[in-house]
Design a protein around this ligand. Structure first.
Ligand code: SAM
Length: 399
């Protein structure tokens, strides 16, 4: 039984009268098609950035309207929490991730290429695509689905998608978006659950996961990846194919201020070569791909604390112009084949400084219990914490 107001909505829908929802549906489908055509025909360049940004903002406006129409209760919109594998961002904040231009573009092209390749391997099968931690707008897939449908490139027999999110508000929003746009034909399941508890007896051909913040912190990307690495079919594809995190010593002022002061936005193409050359690269501290995930050893310290031992690196001697080199964690991501998101291209690959590690100096003021004092010649060990707020822990090796 519908309430009176809902009933009016329903009748207008049946009469196919131009309602806000009917308008929104055609705007989303049209905007998605032009956005995806543009993304598939370009690369991540300074020239492509502006147009894609405007198109994403337009699409965001319409999807945000559906998010509002979905009437996610206020307490669910703003609810955020830590769970056993990481931070679950509130739906109100998570809707904005669609505006991260180079991230969305690289994923869209990567997913499109991966589906093409998988259709050649699994010729007569309906592909099962899994998108855990998809957020309230599932922005890496929804525009592609709209484009595939409107241009008849793929239909519901080509693939079905299982969407998973731990936030009830995200699931309410997603159900509404898929229904309004008629993209629900592509849906296998929409699940409200912690992704690491997902089990299935069916094949998974394609996995799309992005649950990280800069410096590979906060969200549960590693735990979720580890869980799904053993569920993926033998010839299946896991996107991103590889995530690399490097530890780098740099001069903070050059790195974060000088090199960006005349630039509209940060990106890997505009990295200042002179400043880049002055960096001291300690080395790779974590590489995540299907091979490393399968062989990854997890140390259980207690019920709620798990660690992955990542790398032991030596601090070299270096010229220290102002004696204040900071350590930063830099992320580079291969989404699929030549589709990459490099450092500074996205919010998730913005290098993260760790100001608790003092190299070749001891602070005179503002000392903290969490500080680590190290010097050239010391070996430092990098661990990854699988806790409510995941991230790196750095310790000094005992001699
Ligand atoms: C920043 S959003 C990312 C959305 C999307 N992946 C994208 O690319 O824009 C993170 C989403 O992951 C969800 N999430 C975090 N940890 C999760 C978990 N363990 N299981 C399921 N969903 C999770 C959060 O609820 C949130 O909606």
């Amino acid at each position: 039984m519908y309430e009176l107001s809902t009933n009016d909505e329903k009748i207008r829908e049946l009469l196919n009268i131009e309602t806000p929802i009917v308008l929104e549906k055609s705007i989303i489908n049209n905007n998605s098609s032009s956005l995806i055509k543009n993304i598939l025909n370009t690369k991540n360049t300074i020239e492509s950035y502006e147009q894609t940004k405007i198109q994403l903002e337009n699409l965001y406006d319409s999807l945000k309207d559906i998010f509002d129409y979905a009437k996610v209760p206020m307490e669910l919109r703003d609810r955020q929490f830590l769970n056993k594998t990481g931070f679950a961002m509130s739906p109100a904040n998570a809707i904005t991730t669609i505006n991260d231009v180079f991230r969305v573009s690289a994923f869209v092209r990567g997913i499109d290429k991966a589906i093409k390749d998988l259709k050649k391997i699994y010729k007569n099968e309906t592909l099962h695509v899994l998108y855990p931690a998809c957020g309230p707008l599932a922005p890496l897939l929804i525009p592609l689905l709209a484009y595939y449908k409107s241009s008849n490139i793929y239909n519901e027999n080509d693939f079905k998608v299982t969407f998973i999110d731990i936030q009830e508000g995200a699931i309410i929003s997603l159900n509404e978006i898929l229904k309004v746009t008629n993209l629900d034909i592509f849906v296998k399941d929409i699940l409200l659950m912690d992704a690491v508890d997902y089990k299935t007896n069916e094949k998974i051909h394609l996995l799309i996961l992005e649950a990280m913040q800069h410096g590979f912190t906060k969200e549960g990307h590693l735990s979720i990846s580890k869980h799904f690495s053993s569920l993926l079919d033998k010839n299946g594809v896991f996107l991103p194919q590889e995530v690399n995190i490097d530890a780098i010593l740099t001069i903070g002022e050059d790195e974060y201020n000088t090199q960006w002061k005349d630039k509209e936005f940060t990106n890997s193409i505009d990295i200042d070569k002179k400043i880049f050359k002055k960096r001291v690269v300690l080395g790779n501290i974590l590489k995540i791909n299907l091979g490393t995930l399968k062989n990854m050893k997890i140390l259980n310290l207690d019920e709620n604390t798990k660690l992955v031992k990542c790398a032991t690196l030596t601090i070299p001697n270096f010229k220290n112009e102002d004696n204040r080199r900071i350590i930063l964690f830099s992320t580079n991501i291969t989404i699929y084949k030549d589709e990459v998101i490099n450092e500074y291209d996205s919010g998730i690959t913005h290098p993260l400084p760790n100001l608790d590690i003092c190299i070749n100096f001891i602070p005179q003021t503002d000392k903290k219990k969490t500080d680590l004092y190290v010097k050239s010649g010391d070996n430092i060990i990098f661990y990854y914490k699988l806790v409510g707020l995941p991230g790196f822990l750095v310790t000094k090796e005992n001699r």
